[in-house]
Design a protein around this ligand. Structure first.
Ligand code: ZN
Length: 415
């Protein structure tokens, strides 16, 4: 059955063209067919004092931690934070098999409440698309299977798991509208052997799948790569995960970036301590994006993030929330409000770009969503303008306190 609708709002903010006052978005069968000023007396869904934006893109989340009430402690040292996370997983997921699907679904709703219609999710054991059946028109998922292995026997086991993940063997066809895209996430330099990294990138290339990896997150990671020592070695030994023959020394994030280059899309998550030549390396590669998680970055108390240097160099910078283990919620809108507050000198149009078009590009969806453009999927978010805007540039007050997402529209349906 075909369906058509016209949504009118005080402002339509397409991102790829200037905001339209009293604008409308026409939707036909889940796709945008027109974006334009409203005509007099035309019949439409009038949203009143709202703005219609492209659905936001949360490029990095861990939905499995969505039932965590407050971030894991302590934030530092980082390896103690990881120990808390690992303990949580053991405690919560082994006792009740329903906890994980519940957490995934709860997180998915929270992502939508935060205005996102596309999310880059890191999937671990027990992850299944069937967990999301509660809402067939929710945000689209890019599910990156997490891979962890430093010892030779875990490398081969993880590679076969990665291939099964991309092949989707033995799985019933997904529900009518819930069709994740599957990718791989070699976890981080301190948890992935060089062979596992290079071979998982080869696999991703063969299947045309995107890759996401945590990189240059802490100073200790740089020490680990260069000298094979520090808190990560202690932690890995205590987990029984340290390879007897050790790992190659004298490495740096640039070596990892070189390997990631072969992936069809590569998301470099965090990148808090990337060196200048590494920022250049990302900027020079259109298939590569940096993912900045502003409030998670703040939680860990890192040095200033190089996102503005990346932008100045021409890199694609997307935004993510990370999981509730390091952030109070999964709402991308709140990341934008946070950035607007912390960086008042950055143009709000730039922030909006990061939260929409750049995220879509990072995940390989720039032709499908990220802007309100005829031909693209009708993935939209309605923003309630509790702080009404009367000046010529609605973006100036878009992220003001009192404005908030009033529901997403995914593929034309109300989410
Ligand atoms: Zn993460």
């Amino acid at each position: 059955m075909s369906s058509a609708s016209i949504h009118k709002a005080a402002w339509v903010i397409p991102v790829d063209r200037p905001p339209i006052e009293n604008g409308v978005v026409e939707i036909h069968d889940g796709f945008i067919t027109a974006v334009r000023p409203a005509k007099r007396h035309e019949s439409c869904h009038d949203l009143g004092d709202m703005a219609i934006l492209p659905g936001l893109v949360n490029a990095h989340a861990h939905l499995e931690f969505s039932l965590v009430e407050r971030p894991f402690q302590p934030a530092r040292p980082f390896t103690d934070w990881i120990r808390s996370l690992v303990a949580y997983r053991r405690r919560e997921f082994s006792s009740d098999p329903n906890t994980k699907p519940e957490a995934l679904n709860a997180g998915w709703y929270e992502v939508a409440m935060g205005g996102s219609t596309l999310v880059g999710e890191i999937a671990t054991d027990g992850w299944s698309a069937s967990a999301f059946k509660g809402n067939p028109t929710g945000p689209r998922l890019i599910a990156f299977r997490e891979l962890i292995g430093l010892r030779p026997e875990s490398v081969s086991e993880q590679l076969s798991l990665a291939e099964r993940w991309l092949k989707r063997e033995g799985e019933a066809p997904p529900a009518k509208t819930m069709q994740p895209v599957y990718g791989l996430s070699p976890h981080a330099p301190y948890s992935v052997a060089p062979e596992l990294l290079s071979r998982s990138v080869e696999l991703a290339k063969r299947y045309g799948a995107p890759v996401a990896m945590h990189l240059a997150e802490t100073r200790e990671e740089l020490e680990f790569l260069a000298h094979g020592r520090g808190e990560f070695v202690e932690m890995l030994k205590s987990f029984g995960a340290w390879p007897e023959d050790g790992l190659p020394l004298g490495r740096r994030p640039l070596d990892i970036l070189r390997t990631l280059t072969d992936a069809p899309r590569a998301l470099v998550v965090h990148g808090n301590y990337l060196a200048d030549d590494e920022l250049d390396f990302i900027a020079a590669r259109p298939q590569m994006s940096a993912v900045y998680c502003p409030r998670t970055h703040e939680f860990f108390g890192h040095d200033p993030h190089p996102w503005r240097q990346l932008l100045a160099k021409g890199a694609n910078v997307a935004l993510g929330t990370d999981g509730r283990g390091s952030n109070p919620d999964l709402m991308l809108w709140k990341e934008l409000v946070f950035l607007r507050d912390r960086f008042p000198d950055v143009a709000p149009s730039t922030l909006l770009e990061l939260g929409t078009r750049a995220g879509a590009r990072a995940l390989g969806f720039e032709h499908h969503c990220g802007t309100i453009t005829p031909g693209k999927r009708a993935d939209l978010v309605r923003i309630f303008l509790g702080h009404p805007t009367s000046n010529a540039d609605p973006l100036e007050s878009l992220f003001a306190a009192g404005n908030f997402p009033y529901g997403v529209i995914c593929g034309g349906g109300l989410g």
